[in-house]
Design a protein around this ligand. Structure first.
Ligand SMILES: O=C1O[C@H]([C@@H](O)CO)C(O)=C1O
Length: 551
């Protein structure tokens, strides 16, 4: 058995002019790259990332999405929750163990910086002697996201303004950091602003040898959009979701929500004399962005040879049932089932709504829109600075008997709070996410919810209003998948069960970056008294840190 390794990574976070979709703008890069470098490690390895913030005028923090941070809650990278954001010029050391194989991601968890390009993939391999429940010849990565030409600061300022400025639909969709802005020639008379023949925005290429089987690891670091990914002419078999093995499902195309990761297998078994499209389409919101494309290159065709066809347009953007049924089809692989507890100790129902508070547009959970305290919860709780956030208990449910989820609420008021949910350490908790109408008539959006520090079992999905009497009787307690991110479908509900067994303070929030920014999230605390002494390097900033030692 190979010994666990320590990977020491030194990252400089810096703005740089980049042209991912041919349009040149400032992008947040890691060592000059966006997407950032892929972290590849083996289960059990330790990752040490020495992050230096060279953004000059902005803080930052990096979240290791899907890594549970068992014993290292201070390395979760959630600005305002588990750490003070890293100040310009300062260096912060993240150190954690990748305890489970699978496909994960990292990204900024501060303001709207994820949409500025600070994100990348984490691949955790099984040890050499461990066999996975499927075979393949090669292993490739696909990172998908949506892309705006407005800066993250402009987006944030609009969202926070009384005269609300919505981010709008993205200008482009990127595959492995590359896209094509169709209005390039209109963007500026100056080809320095947008140049369609800039090699930086040539399409991403995935080369396949005819007859071989490929594992594609796919992550969505999207800021807003839900996606459908189709590999023209090839079915794919879903085999992994958020680090859990899936009972293999063959699909024509894959719906993937922000914060989710999948592995699919595809066989290069089509006519080898041509290339094929990789097509990325927006679903759930009315698309305002053309299909994102990359090239599935059959060796030995030229990688830049355009397929002779039109890129697939995917399913209808508003076919909720299509997406709902694909969610239902994702179950645990029979040989890897970890059955959930039969019962739970506590049930929390979270009504998801768009609201107005003093004229500002917000999102809220049980009518409370989340705000971050100025002192991170983890530090406040360990240092017993409890007065820094509200002690008012956060609401367990909403008035489900009288609330009509199908209409714009006559009274869209909500309140703001930075209170948290204290979960008994070791207890089993059910979370029911309930969707509803937004502030616009006949509109309910898809919200991908992401839990930090834990995986949850996805025990049920429904359309309409959750019934606390009858719906739990239909939970899947036989072979539910364990995930860290799950969609809440329009006008629907999603039920999760998890064991609060990881001491720390953990965010649970909508992974649409603008929605979390507007208050769509909560914070769970569990077993914080069991958290070891916080490393002194995370307390305070710069030279006021009691002690700083870099490995
Ligand atoms: O938060 C949001 O605001 C807009 C829209 O509801 C207001 O114009 C939208 O689509 C969101 O998801």
């Amino acid at each position: 058995i190979a010994e666990a390794k320590t990977h020491l990574l030194k990252w400089e976070i810096k703005y740089a002019f980049k042209s991912p979709d041919c349009f040149t703008k400032l992008v947040i890069t890691i060592n000059g790259l966006s997407p950032g470098p892929t972290i590849t490690a083996t289960q059990g390895d330790t990752i040490v990332v020495v992050v230096t913030n060279l953004l000059e005028t902005e803080n930052t923090a990096i979240h290791w999405h899907g890594i549970r941070q068992i014993g290292t809650p201070w390395s979760d990278g959630t600005g305002g929750v588990t750490q003070c954001p890293i100040q310009p010029g300062d260096t912060f050391v993240y150190k954690f163990v990748v305890d489970r194989p699978g496909t994960y991601m990292y990204h900024a968890h501060y303001g709207m910086q994820r949409s500025a390009g600070l994100h990348g993939m984490i691949r955790v391999m099984v040890p050499q002697e461990t066999k996975e429940p499927f075979d393949y010849d090669y292993d490739r990565s696909i990172v998908v996201n949506d892309w705006w030409h407005k800066s993250a600061q402009e987006q944030a300022a609009g969202l926070a303004a009384l005269n609300f400025g919505w981010v709008g639909e993205p200008q482009s969709l990127l595959i492995n950091g590359r896209g094509k802005f169709i209005n390039c020639s209109l963007a500026g008379a100056n080809s320095n602003v947008c140049n369609i023949s800039n090699p930086e925005c040539s399409p991403a290429v995935i080369t396949m040898i005819p007859g071989k089987i490929y594992r594609l690891r796919i992550i969505s670091v999207s800021s807003l959009s839900a996606f459908n990914l189709e590999l023209e002419g090839h079915n794919m078999t879903i085999v992994e979701a958020d680090g859990s093995y899936v009972n293999p499902v063959a699909v024509k195309n894959l719906n993937i929500y922000s914060g989710e990761s999948y592995s699919v297998l595809i066989k290069a078994d089509q006519d080898p004399s041509r290339n094929y499209w990789v097509a990325l389409n927006v679903v759930s919101r009315k698309p305002g962005t053309p299909t994102g494309t990359a090239i599935l290159n059959y060796f030995s065709n030229h990688p830049s040879k355009s397929p002779p066809t039109r890129p697939p347009i995917g399913p209808s953007w508003n076919d909720v049932l299509y997406r709902f049924n694909q969610s239902l089809a994702i179950r645990s692989h029979p040989n890897y089932i970890e059955p959930p507890p039969r019962t739970s100790d506590r049930v929390i129902i979270f009504l998801n709504t768009q609201n107005k508070i003093n004229g500002y547009v917000k999102w809220a959970v049980n009518n409370v829109s989340f705000t971050l305290p100025d002192t991170p919860y983890l530090i406040a709780l360990k240092e017993k600075l409890t007065h820094v956030f509200s002690q008012k208990p956060a609401p367990e449910t909403y008035d489900y008997k009288s609330y009509d989820i199908g209409i714009v609420q006559p009274n869209p008021n909500a309140t703001t709070s930075n209170s948290l949910y204290k979960l008994d350490y070791g207890s089993t908790v059910d979370i029911i996410l309930q969707n509803a109408n937004t502030l616009n008539v006949n509109n309910s959006e898809t919200h991908p919810w992401h839990l930090h520090g834990h995986d949850f079992w996805v025990v049920g999905y429904g359309l309409g209003k959750f019934d606390p009497e009858s719906d739990p009787k239909r939970y899947n307690l036989v072979d539910p998948i364990k995930k860290n991110t799950v969609p809440l479908h329009p006008y629907g509900w999603t039920a999760l069960r998890f064991r609060a067994d990881n001491p720390g303070v953990w965010a649970f929030h909508c992974h649409v970056e603008a929605h979390f920014f507007m208050g769509m999230g909560v914070v769970f605390e569990t077993g914080v008294e069991k958290v070891g002494r916080l490393p002194e390097s995370i307390l305070g900033c710069g030279k006021s840190k009691k002690h700083t030692s870099y490995p």
